[in-house]
Design a protein around this ligand. Structure first.
Ligand code: AMP
Length: 705
C-alpha cells in the first residue's frame, strides 16, 4: 500500500495492512535470529537488525491487537513472583550414567555390542556444563520452559527462558513438516559463556558482591531470577540436543534430530560426530579433551548415544538413566595437595616472585609440584600459608594454579607468609616501592645485566625490534625463554601470544601478551634479521663499540666472518678504532660463548654480512668511494641523521662520525656544531639540507662550486 493508498483506506484495511507488515517483519527478524544463533552466519548488521525490531515495535504500539505471544518483541515479560510453579514433565528427564575413564567407556560399548549383537552407530556430543532445560512448543509456539528438577517435576522458568536470545519463540516453518504431534518437548542445556561469566564476576567484584563459583552455578542462578529483566542481562545461551518423546517427530535417530533442531531454529552444538567404531569414539573423546580449554564455554565430558531411536527403545532405561547413552567424564581438573613451602625466585629484572612448592599431585593428566603465586598481594589475597592443604587447578593445557586453602585443614600456628628481607640470589636488601606490587632486588651484581643486553639488542639504534619493550623482555627472561639475543629468533607468534605477563586481571586470571602484539613482534623480529652488519655489531653490546664505531668497522670488514678472522692490529687500523677498542672487539669475538651466540644468530637467518655495494640495493651507487659526515638536525625533511645516513649508504657512500681530511662532504643541518667548524678548517666541502635532498632525489653526486 502506497502512502497515497493509505489516505483513502478504511481502518480495517489499514489494520490488515499493518498485520501483514508485522508478520513479514517477524519472519524477517526470526530469520536473522536463526542465521545469527543457529548457523552463526549473520547476514545483516546489528544496526539493521535493530532497525527491523524498532519498526515492529512501533507497529505493535500503534496496533496493540496485533501483538502475539511469540512476537520477538515479547521476550521480556512480567515478574515471576515468589515461587516458580511446578511443572510435571511429560516424559521423565533422566540423568546419565558416567564413564570415569576411557576403559569404562570401552566397557560400556562392549555391553551395547553384547546386547545388540553388534556395535551400532554412536552419536558423540559435548557434555555442556550448564543446567538442563525442557522447552515445550505447542503448534510450533514456545509455551513453556522448565528446569529438570528431580526429573519428574521441574520448575516453570518460561518468563526467564524467553529472554534467552537463541531460544526461538516459534519454530521455523521449514521444520514444521516433520512434526507428528501437536506438542513437542525439546531439551537441552542452558549455559553461560565463559566470557559472560568473567564479565558478570568482574561486576560482582566491583560492587563488593560474592562472585559465582563457576559458569554452571551462574547459569542456574540466572535462570531462577524473580525478574526476567535480570536474566535477560545475564547473557545466557543454549544448546538443544534432545526430545522428550521421539515419536512426536519424524526423524530416525539422534544425529538426525540434531539436524532437525538446527533447521527448526535452535542453537545446536557443532561438535558432533556419528561414530562407526569404538575407536572413532575414543579418538573423539581424546580430541575434545585437548581442545576443551579453547572452547568459549565449559564442558565436563562427552556424551555418547546409540544413534537409532529404534535401538534406543530396544535398550531402554534403568531406574536412573538410559542404557543407550553414557557420559564420559574428563579427569578432574582440581585436586587438593599440601603446600610444603613458598620459595622465592629472583627474575632477571630483579623482581621477586613467590612460588608454591607442592606435594606432587596428578591434575588433569600431569603432575604438578610447583605453581607461581605471582606476588605478595596474591599470596595474601588467596591467604595461602605454608602447611595448608590447597586446591590446585589445571584447566586444559593451562599452567597450574593454586586456587586457595582448605581452611578447615589449616594446621595450628600457620602464619601469613612474608617476603624475605634480603634477595635469595645475592643477599642484598629487598626494595619495595610504595604503590608497586613487586618486591625487587636492585643490586648491580644480581643478574639483571642479561635483561639490559637484550634490551640493547632490540633498541632503535641497534636491531630496532619495534614493540619489544622492557616488560616483555623481562617476562621472556623470567620465564626462562630468552637468555641471549639469539633466543629471540626462536620465538614464534603462537608462543608469544600466550606469554604470561606476570600480572593478573581483576578476576585473578593471568594476563597474556595476546595475538595482535605477538604478531607484531614476530614480524618485527623477522624484519630485524636483515639489518646492516653495523647494527648487529652495535647490538651485541661490545664494550666501547658505539654506533659510529660499528659502522666504521663494518665498512672495512663487511662480514662477521672477516671480522672474526681479523687480528687486533688489523682492527686497530680502521679509522676511529684505537688499540683499546680493537682489543675489546677482538676479545669479545674470541670468547667461545659469544661465538656460539653469533653462530646461532646466523643459523636463525640474521644477516651477518653486508651486501657488496650495489648488490641487491636497486639504487644507483652514485656516492661510491665518498665519505659523508652528518651534523645538525635535518628540519626540512624531518629525517633523523640515522635515516639520512642510511639513505646515503644505500647509494654507496660511507658515513663517518667524525670529520677528517679523508671526509668528502659534511652535511650540515640546523644548529650544526663543531663538525661544521672542523670541516671549514680542513677545507672539506659543506652541503646544506637542500643539497642532501637533491642527491637523494636525483641520485646524482653533489656538485661542488
Ligand atoms: P549428570 O547431571 O552428570 O547426571 O549428567 C546428565 C546431564 O548432562 C543431563 O541432564 C544434561 O543436562 C547434561 N548434558 C549436557 N550435555 C549433554 C548432551 N550433549 N547430551 C545429553 N545430556 C547432556
Amino acid at each position: 500500500m502506497t502512502n497515497q493508498d493509505k489516505l483513502f483506506a478504511t481502518d480495517e484495511e489499514l489494520l490488515e495492512e499493518a498485520g501483514r507488515r508485522a508478520e513479514a517483519l517477524r519472519r524477517e527478524i526470526e530469520h536473522h535470529t536463526y542465521l545469527y544463533y543457529a548457523l552463526d552466519k549473520p547476514e545483516i548488521s546489528d544496526a539493521a537488525f535493530d532497525s527491523l525490531m524498532r519498526e515492529l515495535r512501533q507497529l505493535e504500539a500503534q496496533y496493540p491487537q496485533l501483538v502475539t505471544a511469540s512476537s520477538p518483541t515479547q521476550r521480556v515479560g512480567g515478574y515471576v513472583g515468589e515461587q516458580f510453579a511446578p511443572v510435571a514433565h511429560a516424559q521423565r528427564m533422566y540423568s546419565l550414567d558416567n564413564a570415569m575413564d576411557l576403559e569404562e567407556l570401552a566397557a560400556w560399548m562392549g555391553r551395547i555390542r553384547e546386547d545388540l549383537g553388534y556395535l551400532p552407530e554412536l552419536d558423540c556430543e559435548l557434555k555442556i556444563d550448564g543446567s538442563s532445560i525442557a522447552l515445550t512448543y505447542d503448534d510450533g509456539v514456545l509455551v513453556r520452559a522448565a528446569t529438570r528438577g528431580d526429573g519428574v517435576t521441574g520448575e516453570d522458568v518460561t518468563a526467564n527462558m524467553r529472554t534467552v536470545r537463541d531460544v526461538p519463540l516459534r519454530l521455523r516453518q521449514e521444520a514444521l513438516g516433520a512434526i507428528a504431534a501437536p506438542s513437542l518437548e525439546l531439551r537441552g542445556e542452558v549455559y553461560m559463556p565463559k566470557a559472560s561469566f568473567e564479565r558478570l564476576n568482574a561486576i560482582a567484584e566491583a560492587n563488593g558482591k560474592a562472585p559465582f563459583a563457576n559458569p554452571r552455578n551462574a547459569a542456574a542462578g540466572s535462570l531462577r531470577q524473580k525478574d526476567p529483566k535480570v536474566t535477560e542481562k545475564r547473557d545466557l545461551a543454549t544448546f538443544l540436543y534432545a526430545i522428550g518423546d521421539d515419536g512426536a517427530l519424524n526423524v530416525e535417530g539422534q544425529f538426525q534430530l540434531l539436524e532437525w533442531l538446527r533447521e527448526a531454529g535452535f542453537h545446536v552444538n557443532p561438535d558432533v560426530m556419528l561414530a562407526k567404531s569404538a575407536n572413532e569414539v575414543l579418538e573423539f573423546c581424546q580430541k575434545v579433551q585437548e581442545k576443551r580449554g579453547s572452547l568459549p564455554y565449559d564442558i565436563d565430558g562427552v556424551v555418547v548415544k546409540v544413534n537409532s531411536f529404534a535401538l534406543q527403545r530396544q535398550l531402554g532405561f534403568t531406574a536412573r538413566a538410559p542404557r543407550w547413552a553414557i557420559a564420559f567424564k574428563f579427569p578432574p581438573e582440581e585436586k587438593t595437595t599440601l603446600l610444603s613451602d613458598i620459595t622465592v625466585q629472583v627474575g632477571r629484572t630483579g623482581v621477586l616472585t613467590p612460588v608454591a612448592e607442592l606435594e606432587p599431585v596428578a591434575v588433569a593428566g600431569s603432575t604438578v609440584a610447583r605453581a607461581t603465586l605471582h606476588n605478595l598481594d596474591e599470596v595474601h589475597r588467596k591467604d595461602v600459608r605454608v602447611g595448608d592443604t590447597v586446591i590446585v587447578r589445571k584447566a586444559g593445557d593451562v599452567i597450574p594454579e593454586v586456587l586457595g586453602p582448605v581452611l578447615s585443614l589449616r594446621p595450628e600456628g600457620a602464619e601469613p607468609w612474608q617476603m624475605p628481607a634480603t634477595c635469595p640470589s645475592c643477599g642484598s636488601p629487598v626494595i619495595h616501592e610504595e604503590g608497586e606490587v613487586a618486591y625487587r632486588c636492585i643490586s648491580l651484581e644480581c643478574p639483571a645485566q642479561q635483561q639490559e643486553r637484550l634490551a640493547h639488542w632490540v633498541s632503535r639504534g641497534a636491531m630496532d625490534v619495534d614493540g619489544m619493550g622492557d616488560e616483555i623482555i623481562g617476562r621472556l627472561v623470567e620465564t626462562g625463554r630468552v637468555s641471549d639475543v639469539a633466543d629471540f629468533y626462536t620465538l614464534s607468534a603462537d608462543e608469544l601470544e600466550l606469554l604470561d605477563m606476570g600480572r593478573v586481571s581483576k578476576d585473578g586470571k593471568p594476563i597474556r601478551l595476546g595475538r595482535k602484539m605477538a604478531e607484531k613482534l614476530a614480524l618485527a623480529l623477522e624484519a630485524s634479521k636483515g639489518r646492516p652488519l653495523a647494527r648487529v655489531l652495535f647490538g651485541l653490546g661490545i664494550r666501547h663499540v658505539g654506533k659510529t664505531t660499528a659502522e666504521q668497522i663494518t665498512a672495512t670488514f663487511p662480514s662477521m666472518e672477516a671480522l672474526q678472522a681479523a687480528s687486533e692490529e688489523e682492527l686497530a687500523q680502521v679509522e676511529g678504532v684505537g688499540p683499546i677498542v680493537a682489543h675489546s672487539i677482538y676479545l669479545f669475538l674470541r670468547t667461545p660463548a659469544n661465538g656460539e651466540v653469533i653462530e646461532r644468530l646466523g643459523r636463525a637467518g640474521v644477516s651477518l654480512a653486508d651486501a657488496a655495494p650495489g648488490e641487491g640495493e636497486g639504487l644507483p651507487q652514485c656516492l661510491a668511494g665518498m665519505t659523508f659526515v652528518l651534523t645538525g638536525s635535518l628540519v626540512q625533511s624531518g629525517m633523523t641523521r640515522d635515516e639520512a645516513g642510511e639513505a646515503l649508504k644505500a647509494r654507496g657512500a660511507k658515513v663517518s662520525g667524525s670529520v677528517s681530511k679523508k671526509t668528502s662532504f659534511v652535511v650540515a643541518g640546523e644548529a650544526a656544531g663543531s663538525k661544521y667548524d672542523k670541516a671549514v678548517a680542513l677545507g672539506v666541502p659543506v652541503l646544506d639540507e637542500a643539497a642532501l635532498l637533491r642527491i637523494l632525489e636525483t641520485n646524482e653526486p653533489p656538485v661542488v662550486a
